[in-house]
Design a protein around this ligand. Structure first.
Ligand SMILES: [Zn+2]
Length: 82
């Protein structure tokens, strides 16, 4: 299911974009590619139920240290002064 009209501005000029989202859980983070609907009129972004499910699934796996299938790309840094 995807929306046919922007909830914010009512425009039906929507496009689906493949975007990278970062999911964090404890000390781990993973990059997940999901489809997102973007309003061309006001730039509002919508995640569909499939994308939300995929992100939840990755978060659960990160929390359980179930890292099979994930590729370790390096370290995650957080600015300690913030
Ligand atoms: Zn809009």
């Amino acid at each position: 299911m995807s929306i046919s009209k922007c909830i914010k501005c009512g425009s039906s000029d929507l496009e689906t974009r493949r975007v990278e989202k970062i999911v964090r859980a404890n000390v781990n983070a993973a990059v997940v590619k999901v489809d997102m609907t973007v309003c061309r009129s006001c730039n509002e972004r919508y995640l569909g139920p499939d994308a939300i499910r995929a992100l939840d699934n990755v978060k659960r796996r990160l929390m359980n240290d179930d890292l099979a299938g994930f590729e370790n790309l390096g370290h995650l840094f957080v600015d300690a002064s913030c």
